[in-house]
Design a protein around this ligand. Structure first.
Ligand code: GRF
Length: 207
C-alpha cells in the first residue's frame, strides 16, 4: 500500500506505550492501512514518547498541568496539533485524561480506545481486580469508538482470556495485555477497511 493510501493516525497516551509499540510494529507492514504520523501525551515523562522518537515518529507532550485545570483549552491545543499533522484517525492507548465533549465531537467516528475489560463489563479503572472479585471466568479487552460516555462507544473488537483460579490482578493484567497487543492492530485495520471480523468463529469456553 502506498504512503498516500494509508490513513494518517495519531496515538494519544499517558504512560509506557506498549500498545503504541504493537501499532508501530503493525504499521511496519507495507500492506497495513495506517501509518502513525504523531504521538501525543499529556505527560512529558511518558515512556511512550521515547518509544515513538526511537521509531522516528514525531512525539509531543502537551502537559495538562500547564492549562490550569481548563480541560477544553488543553484539548484545543491537542486538536490543533492533530490537524496540523494531517491526522485522520486517533487511537487512545492508555490516555488517562477524561475527554470533554469538545474533543469527542471533533473526532466523532474517528477516535478509538482500548480498554482492559470485556465491555460493557468493568468500565473505568482497576478492571483486573474487579474481574477477579466478581468471579468471572472470562476477561479480556475491547477496542471501541470513543463517545461522550466513558468506555461506552460502539465495540469494534474484543479478545478474551480465561481467568485461572490462581490469577492475581498482575498475572491477569499481563495475559490481557498480550491480547491487547494483538487486538488493537486488528481492530484498527477493521475500522479502516471493513476487513473480515476480528473475532474468529471459535468459541472460548472457560469453566
Ligand atoms: C492498557 O492496559 C490499556 O488497555 C489501558 O491502558 C493501558 C495502557 O498500557 N487503556 P500501555 O501504555 O499501552 O502499555
Amino acid at each position: 500500500m502506498s504512503g498516500s493510501a494509508r490513513t494518517s493516525v495519531a496515538v494519544l497516551l499517558s504512560g509506557r506505550g506498549s500498545n503504541l509499540a504493537s501499532l508501530i510494529a503493525a504499521c511496519d507492514d507495507a500492506d497495513y492501512p495506517a501509518h502513525i504520523v504523531l504521538v501525543l501525551s499529556n505527560r512529558a515523562d511518558a515512556a511512550g514518547l521515547d518509544l515513538a522518537r526511537n521509531a522516528g515518529i514525531p512525539a509531543l507532550a502537551i502537559e495538562h498541568r500547564t492549562f490550569g485545570g481548563n480541560r477544553e483549552t488543553h484539548e484545543q491545543a491537542i486538536d490543533a496539533e492533530l490537524r496540523a499533522a494531517g491526522v485522520e484517525c486517533v487511537c487512545l492507548a492508555g490516555y488517562m485524561r477524561r475527554l470533554t465533549p469538545f474533543l469527542v465531537e471533533a473526532w466523532h467516528g474517528r477516535m478509538l480506545n482500548i480498554h482492559p475489560s470485556l465491555l460493557p463489563a468493568f468500565p473505568g479503572l482497576h478492571t483486573h481486580e474487579r474481574a477477579l472479585q466478581a468471579g468471572v471466568k472470562l476477561h479480556g479487552c475491547t477496542v471501541h469508538l470513543v463517545t461522550e460516555a466513558v468506555d461506552e462507544g460502539p465495540i469494534i473488537g474484543q479478545a478474551a482470556v480465561a481467568v485461572a483460579p490462581d490469577d492475581t490482578p498482575e498475572t491477569l493484567a499481563a495475559r490481557v495485555l498480550r491480547q491487547e497487543h494483538l487486538l488493537y492492530p486488528l481492530a484498527l485495520r477493521r475500522h479502516l477497511t471493513n476487513a473480515a471480523p476480528v473475532a474468529s468463529e471459535a468459541t472460548l469456553i472457560a469453566v
